[in-house]
Design a protein around this ligand. Structure first.
Ligand SMILES: Cc1cc2nc3c(=O)[nH]c(=O)nc-3n(C[C@H](O)[C@H](O)[C@H](O)COP(=O)(O)O)c2cc1C
Length: 334
């Protein structure tokens, strides 16, 4: 798989480990990098020690997972051993942070920036105490405020991680771009959902409700990436249900520059990164194309951003043809 320049850093391929999947241990993250992952993301780091929810916190439903881990964190300033080990890393690192208020975000961001990760991912999918528990990521003003505040105190590129709970995710992405975000990561888990064990007559999660991930949310994620692509000019990490090379192709076609994977590690092990790289290469070779041509974005090397030529953007002149062609085909088929 080709190397990629993403926000000024060279990645060995376009695959990203999602936040919260394999923790913050440098040794494990190095193994993931060696297993074929281009960029690894830390579990979101918060402002104060937090235990998270009681078990069961993650349940595999077969077609995806439901989780309510509850953002457990030792707290940004109680991770000396981790920061020390990560300082000697040989792989690109995306540090995910969260806070319950803009001030908390600033405090965590400032500290984490001094540890010199390659990127800081701002998880604005958590409840916002400044706005009575509403998610930062569903309100344009709140998303702008936190992105703007964090951008001012960090010295590495900022990636805003968005939630599909936003009524118009394109508008949230635009607010983040206007506030100085260098890239968007979408999506965080969908829902929340609830699954009941009908024999035990109780929800499968101790917290009862949880975020959905894995194959079942891929169509939501692809739609979000597509909406964001049309709203912003900064690159997008497409995340949500990507499990195979063809899923990654779908993300690139929707407008993503990189493809993230979280639940796929549960389904295919950390070997998933090498496997998806190979599947992606095979697909691109068989279709005589390149990843760059699929996502048609300038950030990864030279192709000018022309929305009209994006594969999913149907030009208005072609619409009458398509609207007639599809019913005609289905008539012939029946
Ligand atoms: C167990 C678990 C823990 C997660 N923890 C975090 C987290 O700390 N921060 C975050 O931004 N996203 C977190 N996520 C969301 C993932 O990073 C990702 O956005 C989501 O799972 C969709 O991707 P996937 O379908 O490939 O898993 C978590 C997901 C799971 C399944």
């Amino acid at each position: 798989m080709e190397r990629i320049t993403f926000l000024g850093k060279t990645l060995k391929n376009p695959l990203v480990l999602a936040s919260g999947i394999l923790g913050n241990n440098a040794g494990i993250l190095e193994r993931v990098h060696n297993a074929g992952c281009g960029l690894v993301t830390l579990k979101s780091i918060g402002p104060a020690p937090r235990d998270g929810h009681n078990n069961p916190t993650v349940v595999d439903l077969g077609f995806g997972m439901i989780n309510a881990v509850g953002l457990p964190t030792p707290g940004y300033d109680r991770m000396d051993a981790e920061w020390q080990a990560l300082a000697d890393r040989t792989f690109p690192l995306n540090a995910s942070i969260y806070g319950g208020s803009v001030d908390e975000f600033i405090r965590v961001a400032q500290f984490v920036s001094e540890k010199e990760p390659d990127f800081i991912e701002v998880n604005i999918s958590c409840p916002n105490s400044d706005h009575h528990g509403m998610l930062f990521g569903v309100d344009e003003k709140a998303a702008f405020a936190v992105t703007n505040a964090v951008k001012k105190v960090i010295s590495v590129p900022l990636i805003a991680k968005l939630t599909p709970a936003a009524p118009d995710i394109g508008k949230i992405a635009k607010a983040c771009e206007d506030a100085g975000a260098d890239a968007i990561c979408a999506i965080n888990t969908a829902g929340p959902g609830m699954v009941i064990n009908i024999e035990a007559k109780m929800p499968v999660l101790a917290f009862k409700k949880g975020g959905l991930s894995g194959p079942m949310i891929k169509p939501v994620a692809v739609r979000c990436v597509y909406d964001i692509y049309r709203a912003v000019s900064i690159p997008i990490i497409g995340l949500g249900g990507v499990t195979t090379g063809e899923d990654a192709v779908e993300m690139f076609m929707a407008g993503a520059t990189l493809a993230g994977m979280g639940s796929a590690v549960r389904y295919r092990g950390i070997e998933v990164f090498d496997q998806v790289n190979r599947e992606l290469d095979d697909w691109l070779t068989a279709h005589h194309t390149t990843r760059r041509r699929l996502s048609a974005r300038p950030m990864t090397g030279g192709i000018s951003r022309d929305r009209q030529t994006h594969p999913l953007m149907i030009r208005s002149a072609e619409k009458p043809f398509i609207t007639m062609f599809i019913p005609l085909c289905s008539l012939i088929y029946h």
